[in-house]
Ligand binder design. Structure first.
Ligand SMILES: Cc1cc2nc3c(=O)[nH]c(=O)nc-3n(C[C@H](O)[C@H](O)[C@H](O)COP(=O)(O)OP(=O)(O)OC[C@H]3O[C@@H](n4cnc5c(N)ncnc54)[C@H](O)[C@@H]3O)c2cc1C
Length: 429
């Protein structure tokens, strides 16, 4: 079968896909593959832009392992099949009056895939998805089943594992009581936001902004947690108009025009920024966090020390002004508190995530090369699921627990059953 990722930036033909329905089946599969010298990759929904999931011989797809069980007297902890799609997990949690504390932009990923690459949303006092993990079941290539818990090295490494330690089959998560968000979206001068970024971050539970290159406008989003039932969701027609038509179909057209007429891109970006108008609405958290993304794009994203975000964005703006690069997608800037997850972008430091997108037909190699050079100057850590060119030697300088992670990899997978060329570059052979 042919495997490709969402953006079609990575693909391969002629691989075998197994869909085990139980941890014991995963164990038998891995043992047999190891004995026959086959390379195995666990795969999620293929939403990583990088080739981190790219299978070599055998792909293990856990779509059949997707149950959700609330742990009795567990204070909101749940045990979940690792192959569940995030949207299904959100719906199952909501049915129990629960929610995840923070989410990214979409809900199409599978839980284990999203965890393995450090998927995150925004919130200056909050963390990425992996921080909600309180336990994991991991099957190593020798077929052993490990129940891991906070405090042991395997757990610390396995929360963001890049699929390099084993196949995660079950995840225990700490959830919070279901909550609603009041969303306030609108344009603001980019310079005003950059003048006091800390105030911007503190102005909402979840603050972020988009910036279309060649404009001076930040399209800001502030999501506030609200206890009361007040406030309304967007009417169906309006959410359809803004998210599905303006956000997607018309935007596809803008991108086609931009690809055909690169000189028009600054004007098109001013139009796009103006279209992302002002709106306020209130809805269940998952409805506000996640939306549909049907225009295909490529993405690179870096986690910067929070204090570096303003000079880094100024450098990016100077580069766009100088080159007039035809980038029709906005940069996205999000914020997280420092965490303690070994391979997290936000490990040990308050973080600003800066993401650079380009339409898949737009040609992104030059833009991402310039973007990466600027991010590197500020000790940016690349997002594991997005496009980047960083190698193991540099990653060891950027991640204080990188060597610890490699030691766990050595114990779990000494024969490198779970590898591919991308992992060889970022982790070493
Ligand atoms: C439109 C779009 C929007 C996005 N928005 C965000 C966002 O807001 N925030 C953010 O941080 N990222 C975002 N991403 C990136 C995405 O969340 C990550 O790349 C994520 O890893 C994709 O999950 P997946 O299920 O598709 O996993 P895949 O891409 O299929 O796999 C990712 C990794 O997980 C490993 N893996 C999968 N299953 C298992 C398992 N059972 N056990 C062990 N390892 C496993 C794979 O081997 C691979 O290394 C976005 C991506 C897209 C395409």
């Amino acid at each position: 079968m042919r495997w490709s990722n969402w953006a079609d930036t990575s693909s391969v033909c002629g691989i075998e896909v197994a869909e085990p329905a139980a941890t014991a089946e995963v164990s038998a599969l891995l043992r047999e593959a190891s004995e026959h010298g086959r390379r195995v990759r666990p795969i999620g929904a293929g939403h990583s832009f990088s080739a981190v999931a790219r299978p070599v011989d055998l792909a293990v797809d856990l779509r059949r392992l997707c149950g959700v069980r609330v742990i009795a007297d567990g204070g909101g902890r749940v045990r979940v099949g690792a192959g569940i799609v995030l949207g299904d997990l959100n719906a199952a949690l909501a049915a129990h009056g629960l929610a995840l504390p923070n989410l990214g932009d979409i809900d199409r990923q599978r839980l284990a895939g999203a965890l393995a690459t450090g998927t995150h949303g925004t919130g200056g006092r909050l963390h990425g998805l992996a921080s909600a993990v309180t336990g994991l079941t991991l099957v190593t290539p020798d077929g052993q089943i490990h129940a891991t818990a906070p405090g042991d090295g395997l757990f610390e490494a396995a929360r963001i594992s890049l699929g390099a330690l084993g196949v995660v089959t079950e995840v225990e998560l700490a959830t919070v009581p279901a909550f609603r968000l009041r969303a306030e979206e609108g344009p603001e001068p980019l310079d005003a936001v950059l003048a006091d970024v800390d105030a911007f971050v503190a102005s909402a539970d979840h603050a972020e902004f988009f910036w279309f290159p060649h404009t001076r406008v930040a399209s800001t989003r502030r999501n506030h947690r609200v206890d009361d039932g007040g406030g309304r969701p967007l009417p169906r027609w309006q959410s359809h108009l803004s998210d599905h038509l303006l956000g997607n179909r018309a935007y596809e057209l803008v991108n086609r025009v931009g690809a055909a007429r690169p000189g028009w891109v600054p004007a098109l970006n001013r139009l796009s920024a103006a279209t992302l108008g002002r709106r306020t609405y209130t809805d269940a958290s998952a409805q506000v966090f996640c939306s549909e993304r049907s225009v295909r794009f490529a993405e690179s994203e870096y986690a910067l020390p929070r204090a570096a975000v303003v000079p880094a964005l100024r450098d990016l703006r100077a580069w766009f002004d100088r080159t007039r690069a035809a980038v029709t997608f906005p940069l996205e800037v999000r914020f997280l508190a420092a965490d303690d997850v070994w391979l997290s972008g936000a490990q040990g430091r308050a973080t600003a995530y800066v993401a650079c997108h380009q339409h898949v037909r737009g040609g992104f190699a030059d833009v991402f090369a310039a973007f990466e050079t600027i991010m590197a100057a500020y000790d940016g850590r690349p997002h594991w699921g997005k496009l980047h060119t960083v190698d193991a030697a540099r990653l060891a300088e950027l991640h204080p627990h990188f060597e610890d992670f490699l030691a766990v990899r050595e114990r779990c997978d000494p024969a490198r059953v779970l590898t591919n060329p991308h992992l060889e570059r970022i982790l070493g052979p």
